[in-house]
Design a protein around this ligand. Structure first.
Ligand SMILES: Cc1cc2nc3c(=O)[nH]c(=O)nc-3n(C[C@H](O)[C@H](O)[C@H](O)COP(=O)(O)OP(=O)(O)OC[C@H]3O[C@@H](n4cnc5c(N)ncnc54)[C@H](O)[C@@H]3O)c2cc1C
Length: 397
């Protein structure tokens, strides 16, 4: 995007994030990947640079920034370390934005305080038998007297084991066992009885953030833990999906940042590396690769920034968020793969960041809605209809 389209505040914010990314975040990135340890020291750096909880409204201690502000920071950080970029996503978008939109005063204050202190909230939707078909979740919340009791299993929960605040989605049943809809509940690890982290997934990339299985065994919470109340299957689910559009833009931004980082490494190397007596960027085959990479990056950046802008004062537009995530995630995989190719054998070495970037970027056509399912979202929006997904048709889901 033309930098002049950014406000002076946004340019300053971007410069602050770029400085952090180029310095300490770059220095730690390989170690975070190798040790698979959550980078708590980077969390402190993000806090000091005021890049955490930016989107939280001022009355709750945040800065009341917009999605594009968050995107600028996430893009810069992700070009150096995707794990740190994801921490910036989840402390500005996702669960925290859902609580800020739908929560009670008490919930907003609690969530804001936790995030601003450095907690990265976890959003718990996916289950072993309910991935793309989140409607098919079987985790249930049964009303028992003045409590809800939750039972079920969530998996691939980002931050499981390091996050304290959890936003957990379940099918809600009243005291007579009548289904009321999907609701979202707040729970705090080590405080809420029955919330157990039972496995860490051995992931291909993004290894500095745990992906975990979470078992809910008679997890007991008061009705005040409900953030997104059940209002029939479609409504509770619609609220969840509306809030999730910010997370999708965030995920697209991490992919954009990784691709941008890889592209810039390739551009630089293409001048330094000589073969056949000349820099390799004098070969037209490689010039065209660089041209294609830069075109894809510019297009992805425009989609992501526009999707972010569409959400000012609310959540990003569903169609724009889905388009941005599909295009950016797929383009980023191609760009990183091409960038690695520029380095020849060196690109395949763990001593350079390209192989880590190739592993990290692969996630973004999967998590937060797969590229296939998001194409369904795009098609549904274009055709202005809910496309049947189950054999019986959507309405019976
Ligand atoms: C690193 C990572 C982090 C994650 N973090 C979280 C998290 O924090 N919280 C959370 O709740 N979840 C999280 N997830 C889960 C993620 O959202 C799911 O993996 C995703 O929604 C897909 O579900 P699934 O893996 O069960 O795949 P499936 O739904 O089993 O899909 C398998 C394949 O079928 C395709 N497919 C399915 N339905 C259709 C259809 N209707 N049309 C065309 N193709 C279709 C899919 O695109 C995919 O290619 C994370 C995943 C990863 C990899």
């Amino acid at each position: 995007m033309n930098p002049s389209a950014l406000s002076p505040d946004q340019i300053e914010l971007q410069a602050r994030a770029r400085e952090l990314a180029a310095g300490p975040v770059t220095r730690r990135a390989a170690e975070v990947d190798r040790t698979e340890q959550y980078p708590w020291d980077n969390v402190e750096l993000l806090k000091d640079a005021r890049l955490i909880g930016m989107t939280i409204p001022k009355q709750y201690g945040g800065q009341g920034k917009g999605w594009l502000d968050a995107v600028l920071a996430i893009e810069a950080l992700s070009s150096a370390c995707a794990v740190t970029g994801r921490i910036a996503v989840e402390t500005n978008m996702g669960a925290i934005s859902a609580v800020m939109a739908y929560g009670s005063e008490e919930q907003k204050k609690m969530a804001a305080d936790m995030v601003l202190a450095g907690d990265k909230p976890a959003i718990c939707i996916t289950e072993p038998d309910a991935g793309s078909d989140a409607n098919g979740m079987t985790t249930r919340a049964d009303k028992k007297g003045n409590r809800y009791v939750l039972n079920g299993r969530k998996h691939w929960i980002t931050g499981g084991g390091v996050s304290r605040l959890h936003l957990i989605f379940a099918k809600v049943y009243d005291e007579k066992g009548t289904f009321e809809g999907i609701g979202g509940f707040l729970a705090i690890r080590d405080e809420t009885k029955g919330l157990k982290i039972t496995k860490r997934e051995p992931t291909m990339g993004l290894r500095g953030i745990p992906e975990a299985v979470i078992d809910l065994e008679d997890m007991d919470v008061p009705p005040s833990a409900l953030v997104i109340p059940p209002r029939g299957l479609k409504k509770g689910f619609a609220d969840l999906m509306t809030a999730y559009n910010s997370q999708r833009v965030g995920a697209a931004t991490v992919a954009l940042g990784i691709a941008d980082g890889a592209y810039r490494l390739a551009l630089d190397w293409s001048e330094k590396r000589h073969q056949f007596g000349r820099p390799i960027n004098e070969f037209q085959g490689l010039q065209w690769k660089l041209a294609d990479m830069s075109i894809r990056l510019s297009a992805a950046r425009a989609l992501v920034y526009n999707a972010a802008r569409s959400g000012e004062g609310g959540f990003p537009d569903m169609l724009m968020a889905a388009q941005a995530k599909v295009f950016t995630s797929e383009s980023a995989i191609q760009i990183v793969n091409e960038a690695l190719q520029f380095f020849g054998a060196r690109g395949y070495s763990r001593e350079l960041p390209l192989e880590r970037m190739a592993r990290d970027v692969r996630m973004f056509t999967i998590g937060g809605g797969t590229a296939e399912v998001l194409r369904n979202v795009v098609a549904g929006a274009l055709l202005k209809k809910k496309l049947p997904q189950t054999r019986d048709g959507w309405d019976k889901a």
